[in-house]
Design a protein around this ligand. Structure first.
Ligand SMILES: Cc1ncc(COP(=O)(O)O)c(C=O)c1O
Length: 467
């Protein structure tokens, strides 16, 4: 369709929401709410520190760092300046058989931050592409090293790993996959580490539960045939379902199982890297070295789209000699302006001690959110670092959750909008049991923790009263 020159060239701020409704296709969004008169597209026009503003001048605390992205906070002029400088110097050149300084510097820096012998960086534009790359690398690696039947992957229920076909196969959320079936075959699911929803017999001992969950991976490998399984994909702290930390001993045992069966361990750190859990990579914090890390989001704090797959020297070895090459790549991978943004962002991390700030304040964040457990609707508060999920329940004693209709009314019908209207941007999610998720910029402290707690307290109290 055509639009009038006037509305194109002289946009009044007031009509931005209508123009969004009419032309913008928003991912994972039910557009009907903008057409049936009940909804209005929120238009965010500005960010500063931990706060964002909409086009009506209202201020919100960004309790989700955009989408688990804006670690260093909004409005960092020096990142913009580094990007502008790079755009003037060299806006684009591919790294397909060539290199440029920013991609080299960033690869070296990421290898330095990564655990163990993870030393080789393959750039993508985001997390889903990094996951896709990791599966493809695992397949090609085993083909090159004499185990050509190893191609399957194991991942966990309710985990989200992105939208490309391979990454979506790895994703463990049936509702997100059904419209696109058939997906890539060979993706097997095992239990996640939601201790709150652990089988009854393991509810009272996290360690035993963790070992039980890890053994389900060994069981799946045995069932599929170890000669067919290439990799296990997991997030150190699983996002979808509401922030499941690894129980003590879990990651160590998964590492042992992967070694035993010659299966690669892929840590999908799309969310958990770059300070979210108080280290550049959460796996550093948990003391376990995977074979591959996939990461994105916080690498640039959102100032540019960037992702990466970081792999061990061992996995790169077959590509070092002869005619072999990894037959895979993205035009934007290692983009000079994106890499400049990432380097400037990581400079801020170093200079301001952002990792230490998270470590110094994470227990304050936890304790502040745990105050909410006195509310009848709050069943569980869980997470790590600056990454928390609050599970909402109908009955705290029995842990009874909401049925689909109630969850729909609670989350979509009330909570998402009520929290936003009260000045807190965060996520009310029902991909697993209903949760409210928080992942604020890593620069905040007790004042903002209290603000988050007070808004949640008031809105969750109201939610309970209207149920
Ligand atoms: C763990 C994980 N993997 C992959 C992805 C996909 O990343 P992207 O949206 O950058 O493709 C996400 C996105 O949230 C994620 O949380």
């Amino acid at each position: 369709m055509t639009i009038s020159a006037q509305s194109f060239t002289e946009p009044g701020q007031d009509d931005l929401a209508d123009r969004a409704r009419d032309h913008l296709w928003m991912p994972f969004t039910r557009h009907s709410v903008y057409y049936d008169g009940t909804g209005h597209v929120p238009v965010i026009v500005k960010g500063e520190g931990a706060y964002i503003w909409d086009d009506q001048g209202n201020r919100y605390l960004d309790g989700l760092s955009g989408l688990f992205v804006v670690q260093a906070g909004h409005g960092r002029k020096e990142v913009g300046a580094a990007m502008a400088k790079q755009a003037e110097e060299l806006a684009f050149f591919p790294i397909w058989s060539y290199a440029h300084p920013r991609a080299i510097e960033l690869a070296e820096r990421l290898a330095h931050y990564a655990p163990g012998d993870l030393n080789r960086v393959f750039f993508t534009s985001g997390g889903g592409e990094a996951v896709e790359s990791a599966w493809k690398l695992a397949k090609q690696f085993f083909k090159l090293t004499g185990q050509p039947t190893k191609h399957k992957v194991i991942s966990r229920n309710i985990a989200y790993h992105g939208t490309p076909h391979g990454a979506l196969s790895i994703t463990g959320i049936p509702a997100a996959k059904i419209p696109f079936e058939p997906l890539v075959p060979g993706a097997v699911k095992v239990p996640n580490t939601n201790f709150y929803r652990a089988p009854e017999e393991y509810r009272h001992d996290e360690k035993t539960f963790g070992l039980w969950a890890a053994e389900r991976i060994a069981e799946a490998i045995e069932f599929e045939g170890p000669e067919t399984v290439a990799a296990v994909f997991l997030e150190p702290v699983q996002n979808s379902g509401g922030c499941f930390p690894p129980p003590p001993g879990y990651l160590e045992r998964v590492r042992e199982i992967c070694d035993q069966y010659d299966v690669l361990l892929v840590a999908d750190e799309t969310i958990t890297s770059f300070g979210r859990i108080g280290d550049m990579f959460a796996m550093n914090r948990f003391g376990v070295t995977p074979d591959i890390i996939t990461c994105a989001k916080g690498m640039t704090s959102g100032y540019a789209p960037m992702g990466a797959m970081i792999v061990s020297d061992r996995l790169f070895e077959p590509f070092k000699h002869g005619t072999n090459s990894f037959l895979h790549g993205y035009t934007w991978g290692g983009h000079p302006v994106g890499a400049a943004a990432a380097l400037a962002n990581l400079d801020i991390f170093e200079r301001e001690g952002i990792l230490q700030h998270v470590r110094d304040n994470e227990s304050g964040f936890r304790h502040t959110l745990e105050k909410l457990t006195d509310l009848p609707i709050v069943g569980d508060v869980r997470g790590a670092g600056y990454f928390y999920g609050i599970e909402l329940v109908k009955d705290k004693v029995t842990r009874e959750t909401f049925n689909d209709d109630e969850a729909e009314r609670l989350l979509r019908g009330f909570l998402s909008k009520a929290l936003f209207d009260a000045g807190l941007y965060c996520r009310a999610d029902d991909r697993g049991d209903p949760v409210v998720q928080l992942a604020p910029p890593l620069i905040i402290g007790q004042t903002e923790f209290d603000e988050i707690e007070q808004i949640l307290r008031s809105v969750l109290t109201e939610a309970w009263s209207i149920l």
